[in-house]
Design a binder for this molecule. Structure first.
Ligand code: CMP
Length: 207
């Protein structure tokens, strides 16, 4: 009888051990599942965070192209190189650049929004007085950053460190031009494309 009891005890213990083993395994799989889920969640959060960071980066710094011009009096004064140096030092990439004398029709077309202003005729005469440098500039926030770098329209009132302060003379002779906004940039870059085509056409004709 004792022997039977002993065998029963052993079998019972083995059963308990087996049960413990099974339960441990079960627990382990639940923990593993939990851990897997947690890390998936973690990954998802990381992905979302990096997406948000990416969107923020884009919001703060959309790469734009703006139109810029070095006006005839600044070209005449021999400051083209100095202005281009400032353009590059301030992080703008020059995508296109040409030197060209604008015709009266070009200048009238380019400044058509000012056609009713008292200074319009003088402005057209000034803008056709010699060659200008026409540029397409690329940078994050190029439109507003280029306007900041140019400074206020009236060169005599422009802030220290701006191009108009450094190279401009007056309200009219203010050394540089830049698009006012993205819509203007689109139109003025189209104007640049036309000027480049005309220039290429003239070069081909001369060859
Ligand atoms: P810009 O930024 O190229 O845009 C229009 C231009 O007209 C301006 O620079 C000046 O050269 C010129 N301009 C603007 N206001 C006046 C003004 N009151 N008198 C003379 N010229 C002006």
């Amino acid at each position: 009888m004792k022997r039977i009891n002993r065998i029963y005890e052993i079998t019972k213990n083995e059963g308990i051990i087996k049960m413990i083993k099974i339960n441990t395994l079960f627990l382990a799989s639940i923990v593993a599942l939990f851990l897997t889920n947690a890390s998936a969640e973690e990954l998802e959060t990381k992905a979302l965070t990096s997406h948000l960071k990416c969107a923020c980066g884009k919001k703060n710094g959309i790469t734009e192209t703006t139109f810029a011009m070095i006006k005839p009096e600044a070209v005449q004064a021999g400051t083209t190189g100095d202005i281009i140096k400032q353009i590059e030092l301030n992080g703008f990439k020059i995508k296109d650049i040409i030197k060209k004398s604008l015709t009266r029709e070009d200048a009238e077309q380019f400044y058509k929004e000012h056609k009713d202003k008292p200074f319009f005729r003088n402005l057209v005469t000034y803008m056709t007085s010699g060659p200008a440098i026409l540029l397409a500039l690329e940078k994050e926030n190029a439109v507003s950053d280029w306007r900041k770098l140019m400074g206020s329209t009236d060169a005599t009132k422009a802030d220290v460190g701006t191009l108009r302060k450094m190279f401009g003379k007056s309200m009219q002779e203010n050394a540089v031009h830049g698009s006012a906004n993205l819509e203007d940039a689109k139109n003025e870059l189209a104007f640049l494309a036309l000027q480049m085509n005309a220039l290429n056409h003239n070069i081909v004709k001369k060859i």
